[in-house]
Design a protein around this ligand. Structure first.
Ligand code: NI
Ligand code: MN
Length: 228
């Protein structure tokens, strides 16, 4: 499995000859300016955690351009299909799993909100547990810490967790350390920080708190790839 981080909460997973793009916020994402453009992506699958503009991002253009399968909650895929005519969608909801030829995704709880940039209701926000072969990746989405993370950590041997650390709209540094204690991932990658003034944090401070708690971290530069 190859994991590429594009800043904010945009992640691409490559596995079994498939490209899975998560929360494709690209054209308005300051982290990838000069690194990639929307036209550089040809995803097979797009996973959306919630409808906020910094996660919904360029989904409409990417879905129509690639005919990717768009996986998201029922409200989000209905909005996409109705607005654009894109029919290659799979609606889900919290606790549900969906099997594809390359792996399985499960929608996990996220404590947040979800509405589209135009104000349309976006259903329940979520995270994803992504399983492919022996690898398990957890993408928390925008969320506060929640105690069910303990349950996720006890039942799944999570190799990599992507956790928001930017504060203000999601958990911050301390919340992300508390979340790691519950999830016990092999490695934790911070997301959702340093994109806007309200989510500027000292990532090295987070890393040292994580190290003190006994956890491995990897703060990825936008465009950087990690193989697991
Ligand atoms: Ni959000
Ligand atoms: Mn967000």
């Amino acid at each position: 499995m190859k994991l590429t981080y594009y800043g904010h909460s945009t992640i691409q997973i490559e596995t079994a000859d498939r490209q899975i793009l998560i929360d494709p916020f690209i054209s308005e994402n300051p982290h990838v300016r000069g690194i990639v453009t929307v036209g550089d992506f040809q995803p097979d699958v797009i996973l959306i955690t919630h409808a906020h503009g910094d996660h919904w991002g360029d989904t409409e253009e990417l879905a129509l351009g690639s005919n990717a399968l768009v996986v998201a909650n029922f409200e989000i895929v209905t909005y996409l299909a109705t607005k654009t005519g894109h029919q290659n969608v799979q609606g889900m909801n919290l606790g549900g799993s969906f099997q594809m030829d390359w792996g399985r995704v499960t929608q996990t709880l996220a404590r947040h909100s979800s509405s589209f940039p135009d104000g349309t209701y976006g259903g329940s926000p979520n995270g994803y547990l992504i399983e492919s072969g022996d690898d398990i990746v957890y993408v928390a989405g925008d969320t506060a810490p929640f105690v069910e993370m303990q349950w996720l950590g006890e039942r799944h041997d999570i190799d990599v967790a992507f956790l928001p650390i930017g504060d203000t709209y999601t958990m911050g540094i301390k919340g992300a350390v508390e979340s790691a204690r519950m999830l016990r991932p092999g490695i934790t990658i911070p997301v959702h920080y340093n994109t806007f003034p309200e989510i500027e944090v000292d990532v090295t401070a987070w890393e040292s708190h994580m190290l003190d708690a006994g956890f491995r971290t990897r703060a990825m530069r936008p465009g950087e790839t990690l193989s697991i």
